[in-house]
Design a protein around this ligand. Structure first.
Ligand code: CTP
Ligand code: MG
Length: 226
């Protein structure tokens, strides 16, 4: 029986958020941001264990009480210079079998919901490759001319916006990240192997909290769910 694990890279500095503290630790709806996603994974019956990848010099994790999640939570102090390096280091150190599934999820997507996780697991559990949550692009897309003038309109048909979690088998994901460490998501690295990850419809509320202006929306979504 293959098992399912979560891996949450949380070794970033949150430079675009521009606060004194890395954004994953910023308080959001009464909890440090990362806690929301960790609760979603730790409370999911199909998930064996949730691994968090922290920066080696992380000074914030230990200031919070994680004991309510401790049954399934495991901490790895092996963050890298890039998100991909943090994921790679975490995969190398986590205790999972080669063919076990790993769901990689940004600590900065606190609004991940149970329905989306269930959809991902259901659609991928018998899949050869694995895949990711994603949203069909809704807006009209413009390419600029290098300045701030439109050079052309890009057809949006067939375009999807990638989210996380992205779910692949451990060994294949390690192999992909070794081959293509510069891709900005796991699916991109798996594509570099010549494989076609499956697109599983996500939820717009599972957006990545990146700029200060994103905080209020995330807070509203999380409070409504309480
Ligand atoms: N991440 C990581 N290791 C890095 C860089 C990022 O584990 N070297 C993690 C972040 O902590 C976050 C996720 O990858 O959970 C998505 O990254 P992003 O939203 O870009 O977060 P930051 O890199 O922290 O933010 P910024 O790019 O604004 O500095
Ligand atoms: Mg970043």
């Amino acid at each position: 029986m293959t098992k399912l694990y979560a891996l949450v890279p949380a070794a970033g500095t949150g430079s675009r958020m521009g606060e004194g503290i890395p954004k994953q630790y910023r308080m959001l709806a009464g909890k440090p941001m990362i806690r929301h996603a960790l609760e979603a994974f730790c409370s999911h019956p199909a998930i064996e264990r949730a691994y968090v990848v922290l920066a080696e010099d992380d000074a914030h994790w230990g200031t919070f009480d994680w004991s309510p999640l401790s049954e399934k939570l495991a901490v790895l102090h092996c963050g890298g210079q890039t998100r991909a390096a943090s994921v790679y280091n975490g995969l190398e150190r986590m205790g999972a079998g080669d063919d076990d599934w790993v769901m990689v999820h940004d600590a900065a997507r606190p609004c991940i919901d149970r329905n989306s996780l269930d959809r991902l697991v259901t659609e991928l559990s018998d899949d050869e490759v694995g895949g990711l949550l994603a949203l069909p692009v809704a807006d009209t897309l413009k390419m600029d001319d290098g300045g701030r003038r439109v050079s052309r309109t890009v057809p949006r048909e067939g375009l999807w916006q990638a989210q996380t979690p992205q779910m692949f088998r451990k060994k294949r994901l390690l192999e992909a990240l070794r081959l293509a460490p510069d891709r900005t998501d796991e699916a991109g690295a798996v594509e570099a192997l010549g494989l076609c990850p499956k697109l599983v419809p996500g939820d717009p509320r599972n957006f990545k909290v990146t700029y200060p202006g994103d905080i209020a929306l995330a807070e509203t979504i999380l409070r409504e769910r309480e």
